[in-house]
Write a protein that binds this ligand. Structure first.
Ligand code: 13P
Ligand code: ZN
Length: 276
């Protein structure tokens, strides 16, 4: 089968297009990767032509030999649907996960996203903690979430609690909460280390003054998580804009505990603190 005819590739393209339509991907902002299933890579084998080995700038031995769909550095999400073979590619990792080679796409001198260390380290953590269930890592620049990183304390507790309060479904959709990485230089291994530490417990991690990473088992769930957090962030921006931050009423810690009972959730008590 041709790569562009495969369902998993169509899903990848559609997710990139949906993110573009949401306004989360100005210019080359954001990146997306998908850990390909063995039967999926087998189905497109005829089109794979491995190139030279290049450093991943990290090591992810648990992912040795895995194949990924991944967007290109400097390439635009806007163009994923228009120029797919230039905008993303299929890469294969060596056994140590220290090097990759491009097997399809990233045409005209393309390389995987500069955030490849963070993508691979997040994939490795999620591979371990979800028993291989998670396959998608998604990074974008959603405006309301970014705006909040100038206003809220840069702690997991503050962000999780404020975002949870904006919509009853939030703690149902991400009961473990949201992590926050303080401002760091992007594109390297150090920010990947900090982000992947958060991915041990969370499926969403915010990069202060930059954007957000989400992880999930498939394209819909991962996109849906990003959308849910960003929509709640938009609500909070409106609440703060209207009130200066003082809510007249909200969901209380006891409300969350009641929700947890009926929805069979475990909500960490560290997010259910009493406010002054
Ligand atoms: P890339 O173009 O290298 O994917 O970088 C975009 C980005 O969002 C960096 O954080
Ligand atoms: Zn970014």
């Amino acid at each position: 089968m041709k790569v562009l005819d495969a369902e998993f590739v169509k899903g990848f393209i559609q997710m990139a297009e949906d993110g573009w339509q949401k306004g989360w991907h100005e210019r080359n902002g954001g990146n997306l990767s998908y850990r390909i299933r063995p039967e999926e890579i087998e189905s497109v084998k005829e089109e794979l032509v491995p190139g030279e080995w290049i450093s991943t700038k990290t090591e992810v031995p648990l992912l040795g030999g895995e194949y990924f769909l991944i967007t290109g550095t400097g390439r635009y999400f806007q163009n994923v649907i228009r120029k797919p073979a230039e905008s993303f590619g299929i890469i294969e990792l060596d056994e140590a996960g220290a090097n990759y080679r491009i097997c399809w796409g990233l045409e005209n001198g393309g390389r995987p996203t500069s955030e490849i260390p963070t993508h691979l380290m997040n994939h490795e953590v999620k591979f371990r903690v979800t028993g291989g269930a998670h396959r998608v890592i998604y990074h974008c620049h959603p405006v309301n979430t970014i705006a909040l990183t100038f206003v809220l304390p840069l702690t997991d507790e503050a962000f999780t609690r404020e975002i949870w309060e904006m919509m009853t479904e939030c703690p149902v959709i991400f009961p473990t909460g949201i992590g926050v990485v303080p401002w760091m230089v992007p594109g390297g291994r150090a920010i990947g280390v900090e982000t992947s530490k958060l991915m041990e417990q969370y499926d969403a991690a915010i990069w202060a003054h930059h954007g957000m990473f989400c992880s999930g088992p498939d394209f819909d769930t991962t996109f849906g998580l990003m959308h849910t957090v960003e929509k709640a962030a938009e609500t909070l921006v409106k609440v703060i804009s209207m009130t200066g931050g003082k809510k007249r009423q909200t969901i209380t810690p006891q409300d969350f505990r009641d929700l947890a009972v009926d929805f069979n959730l475990t909500l960490p008590e560290k997010f259910l603190f009493e406010k002054e």
